[in-house]
Each structure stands twice: as structure tokens, then as C-alpha cells.
Write a protein that binds this ligand. Structure first.
Ligand code: ZN
Length: 108
């Protein structure tokens, strides 16, 4: 992959911190927000969580895993804040949990 002394890492220094977005990226959550606005407008929320049935908490549309952001209601679930966080954060939480478990295992 590296040819001789020409390290791509050195070449990229100074640029590496810039996050490169794919061409379709519309910038900081602009597309994301537009879609959520569209969804709320065209598909009024029931006010109850699809997951736990909670109706006292605010509900929001959560993109179903594996789907891409679209204007199709079928690609979303209406979840309360708690379930939404759980649903979206489960991967990150798992990763963090694994790291913590690994660190603890070392300490013991
Ligand atoms: Zn819920």
C-alpha cells in the first residue's frame, strides 16, 4: 500500500481532521431535519410509543435500522425519547460496554 518513503499519512497531515462527507451529504443535519419536518407534517404522530406504548413522553420518528432516510412513513417508527435513544444508541452502547468490560477484565 505504501510506496517507498512516500507515506500518505504525511501527505495528508493537516487535512486528516477534516471530515469528508459523501457527495449527497447536505451538510449538518439539514437533510435529516427537513425529513423529520416533512414526516411530522404529513404523518401526524399518534403521541404513543410504538415500542413501549408510552404516551406521556415526547415521541419522535426513528429511522428503522437498515433503511435510509426517505419520505416514506414505513421507514420509520414512532418512538418515545427513551426508546429512540435506546434504539439508536444500542450499537454505541455495546461498543462502549465492550471496551469497559475489556478494561475491567485487565484490571482484575
Ligand atoms: Zn418507548
Amino acid at each position: 500500500m505504501f510506496r517507498g518513503q512516500q507515506s500518505p499519512a504525511r501527505f495528508l497531515r493537516g487535512h486528516s481532521l477534516r471530515v469528508v462527507h459523501p457527495p449527497w451529504w447536505k451538510g449538518d443535519e439539514v437533510g435529516y431535519r427537513a425529513i423529520h419536518t416533512y414526516l411530522s407534517k404529513h404523518f401526524p404522530k399518534m403521541g404513543a410509543c410504538d415500542e413501549c406504548g408510552e404516551s406521556k413522553l415526547m415521541t419522535e420518528y426513528a429511522l428503522i435500522k437498515g433503511r435510509t432516510y426517505s419520505r416514506d412513513r414505513a421507514d420509520y417508527r414512532e418512538l418515545c425519547k427513551r426508546c429512540h435513544n435506546e434504539y439508536d444508541g444500542i450499537d454505541a452502547a455495546l461498543q462502549a460496554g465492550r471496551r469497559r468490560a475489556a478494561a475491567q477484565a485487565k484490571g482484575r
